[in-house]
Design a protein around this ligand. Structure first.
Ligand code: ADP
Ligand code: MG
Length: 275
C-alpha cells in the first residue's frame, strides 16, 4: 500500500518558486498496476522519486506499507527502500564497471541476503540472460541492459516496483518484452507496479491509469481491463525450465517473505522463449 497525503513539491530557482507537484492525495493498494502518463515536465519522475524516498516532499507525507518515510532518518529510509522498493530507470543506470551478474548482486549484498550468488543466476535466467552474466553493460544491447536492471530491481523481491519510462529507449519489440516482464512480476508476486510511459496502448493495459498535467492529477481511472484467473493469455510462454518455483525455492529476503504465487494459476514464466 502506497499512501500520499497532501504531498507537494516546490523548488526554488533564483527568486522564483516553482511548484512541480501541487498538493496531491493518492492511495495505491498492494498489487495494483498503475500506469502514469502525462506530457514531459508534468511531474511524473518527481512523483516516482517521492514515492521511492529518493526525494523529499515540500509538504505532506508518503507512507509505504504503513511506514511514513517522510519521518525517517537516512539509514532507516535506506534500509526500508532496499527491501521494499525496486526502481527501474529509462536509461538503465547499471554500474558500468560491474558485470550483469555483479550488478544484480549489489542490492542483495547490501541487504545481506544469503545465497545471493545463486539467486543472481536464477534472476539472470528469469530475464533470459543465462549466458550473459559475465558481460559488462557496454557489451549488452539496450533491451538486455534493461532486463538486467529489472533483475536487479527485483532482486530483493520488493513489494513496490517503480519504473520510469523503462521502455523509452527501446524499440517496440524490446519494449514489449520489458513490459511483459514487469506485468508478470506484478501478477505473479502481487508486486505493486507504477509504470511511467508515453505509450497509451501499454498504459491502457494497467489496472488504473493516472494522468498528470502541470503537476496535478487530472485523471485517475480504474481500467477494469485486467483478465483474472486461470488461462490468462498474457502470461509469458515459457519452456518449463525456469519458472517461479525456482525463484521461490531460493531464500527470499529475511524481512519480506515471498508471497506464494497462486497455485491456481498456470506456471508463470518471466521470460518468453528466446527468439
Ligand atoms: N530539482 C529541480 N529544480 C528545478 N526544477 C525541477 C527540478 N526537478 C524537476 N524540475 C522541473 O519540474 C518539472 C517536472 O519534472 P519531472 O518530474 O522530471 O517531469 P516528467 O518526468 O513528467 O517529465 C519540470 O519542469 C522540471 O524541469
Ligand atoms: Mg520524467
Amino acid at each position: 500500500m502506497i499512501q500520499l497525503s497532501n504531498v507537494s513539491k516546490v523548488v526554488t530557482s533564483g527568486l522564483e518558486q516553482l511548484t512541480i507537484l501541487h498538493s496531491l492525495d493518492l492511495s495505491i493498494p498492494r498489487g495494483q498496476f498503475v500506469s502514469v502518463i502525462g506530457p514531459s515536465g508534468s511531474g511524473k519522475s518527481t512523483l516516482l522519486g517521492l514515492i521511492a524516498g529518493l526525494d523529499a516532499p515540500t509538504s505532506g507525507s508518503v507512507s509505504l506499507a504503513g511506514h511514513d518515510i517522510t519521518k525517517m532518518g537516512e539509514d532507516e529510509l535506506a534500509e526500508l527502500r532496499g527491501r521494499l522498493v525496486g526502481f527501474i530507470f529509462q536509461s538503465f543506470h547499471l554500474i558500468p564497471s560491474l558485470t550483469a551478474y555483479e550488478n544484480i548482486l549489489v542490492p542483495m549484498e547490501i541487504m545481506g541476503v544469503s545465497k545471493a550468488g545463486e539467486r543472481a543466476q536464477v534472476l539472470l535466467d528469469e530475464v533470459g540472460l543465462r549466458e550473459r552474466g559475465h558481460h559488462y553493460p557496454s557489451q549488452l544491447s539496450g533491451g538486455e541492459q534493461q532486463r538486467v536492471a529489472i533483475a536487479r530491481a527485483f532482486a530483493n523481491e520488493p513489494e513496490i516496483l517503480l519504473a520510469d519510462e523503462p521502455t523509452g529507449n527501446l524499440d517496440t519489440n524490446n519494449g514489449a518484452h520489458i513490459f511483459d516482464l514487469l506485468i508478470n512480476l506484478n501478477r505473479v508476486y502481487n508486486t505493486t507496479l507504477l509504470l511511467v510511459t508515453h505509450d497509451h496502448h501499454l498504459a491502457n493495459k494497467a489496472d488504473r491509469k493516472i494522468s498528470l498535467s502541470g503537476g496535478r492529477i487530472v485523471e485517475d481511472r480504474e481500467m477494469g481491463s485486467r483478465e483474472q484467473g486461470v488461462g490468462n493469455r498474457e502470461w509469458g510462454v515459457g519452456n518449463g525450465e525456469s519458472g517461479v518455483e525456482e525463484l521461490t525455492s531460493l531464500s527470499p529476503t529475511p524481512h519480506s517473505p515471498l508471497p506464494t504465487p497462486n497455485s491456481q494459476l498456470p506456471t508463470p514464466h518471466l521470460i518468453e522463449e528466446a527468439r
